[in-house]
Design a protein around this ligand. Structure first.
Ligand SMILES: [Zn+2]
Length: 412
């Protein structure tokens, strides 16, 4: 039978020694009782950090620790309270116990790390915990991580919205374009929404440090940016413009779908994804399918080509060349009677300055899209993101560790 001394050596809780243990072989439970080692007598107030020699009283807490072999392990620890002049009677600070919850820090870290690559449900099964418990542990783990790291400076910002379904409506997502990290989430997508971030989350100095914002051609955002960041450049980036172009293609598709007879309807059916894909990303078979469709419907072909050619706008790095290309692109629309594209052209002309800003300020393309994609994949994978703070920390951690940065690698 191992001695308490040997248990102490395996447990490795700095400053603590095992003075009692119990092994339940049938239920595979190991229990250890620990208290401070002789040299470890200074108590620290958890409120203010002041040191004390004497305790006010003591208490025993049971926390779950990492398992030993097949044994689930519980550690009973003696915790003191101190009588602090500033904080009153307070619990001492114990680094091994990060919260009031009955778990040791390293147990919480293990759960948090597991949550980085698996769903809360899977982690819950593995650790034999409730799913809600796993989420609270993960949230604390992420808060500790966020609290311990330095925030990179913000020079270029992305603003986007994510549709969360009928109930959740829209989520405004602000990200740092240089680090590809989400910074803030706000409910809805009004001017006031973005005001909350720009006006309240950022200091005057931080606001002045922002040189460019990539954003959708969505008026409320623009108004907020003009109010709070008068010096910064608004860039209507490729991702957002192409979203509108895709929408125009889709409108043409729907109009044709309803206008045409049954045969055409069969052909257009299920082609939405194909029409929204870029030609270069399609395999031979898929191209064939599209060509069949185009052979029968010239309008679809025209719409598709217009979208494809608009994409090339961002290959130009000189303002004049970019403008020239855009004008030629708009010229092609004449006599085409493609109303969705006429509207798109009008929109582009109204936002011309912000589109050309791409040539004046270098911004990373594809970042907003990647951040957006990562958040969507988190939302798809797990429920329980009613807590936006949790969703944000999760997405930040994902960006920092580059786990599953799928969309980003594809776009880069
Ligand atoms: Zn204190």
């Amino acid at each position: 039978m191992p001695t308490d001394n040997e248990f102490t050596r395996i447990l490795q809780w700095p400053g603590y020694r095992v003075y009692q243990h119990k092994i339940d072989e049938k239920n595979k439970i190991l229990e250890l009782w620990v208290r401070r080692k002789r040299g470890n007598r200074k108590l620290e107030c958890s409120g203010c950090g002041r040191k004390f020699d004497d305790a006010y009283d003591s208490n025993e807490r049971a926390v779950r620790d990492l398992p030993w072999s097949a044994f689930q392990t519980t550690v009973h620890i003696e915790v003191y309270r101190v009588k602090c002049a500033d904080c009153g009677v307070r619990i001492e600070k114990v680094p091994l116990l990060p919260s009031k919850a009955p778990f040791s820090k390293r147990f919480e870290d293990a759960v948090g790390e597991a949550c980085e690559s698996a769903s809360a449900r899977q982690v819950a099964r593995r650790f034999r915990l409730a799913e809600s418990t796993v989420r609270s542990i993960d949230l604390r783990y992420l808060e500790r991580w966020a609290g311990s790291r330095r925030r990179p400076a913000l020079h270029q910002m992305g603003v986007d919205e994510i549709y969360m379904g009928k109930k959740g409506k829209f989520l405004t997502v602000v990200c740092n374009l240089e680090t590809a990290e989400p910074l803030w989430f706000g409910r809805e997508r009004k001017k006031e929404t973005l005001n909350d971030f720009l006006g309240e989350e950022l200091s005057g100095r931080q606001r002045r440090g922002i040189e460019a914002v990539c954003v959708d051609m969505w008026k409320p955002y623009r108004l907020s940016i003009e109010q709070w960041l008068p010096q910064c450049r608004i860039v209507y980036d490729k991702f957002h413009v192409m979203q509108h172009a895709n929408r125009a293609v889709d409108e043409v598709r729907r109009a044709e779908f309803f206008r045409q007879g049954k045969r055409m309807r069969e052909l257009v059916k299920g082609k939405r994804w194909l029409l929204l894909s870029r030609w270069v990303n399609l395999t031979g078979g898929k191209r064939q399918e599209l060509n069949q469709l185009f052979a029968l419907n010239r309008k679809m072909l025209k719409a598709y080509l217009l979208k494809e050619s608009l994409d090339r706008l961002w290959t130009y790095h000189y303002e004049g060349a970019m403008l020239n290309y855009l004008e030629r692109w708009i010229d092609q629309l004449r006599w085409q009677r493609l109303e969705p594209f006429q509207n798109l052209a009008k929109m582009l002309l109204e936002h011309l300055d912000g589109i050309l800003n791409y040539c004046r300020t270098k911004v990373r393309l594809g970042v907003v899209e990647a951040v957006n994609g990562n958040i969507k994949s988190l939302l798809r994978r797990g429920r329980g993101y009613q807590n936006l703070r949790y969703l944000l920390l999760k997405a930040q951690r994902m960006a920092a560790t580059r786990t599953e940065f799928v969309v980003f690698t594809k776009a880069a």
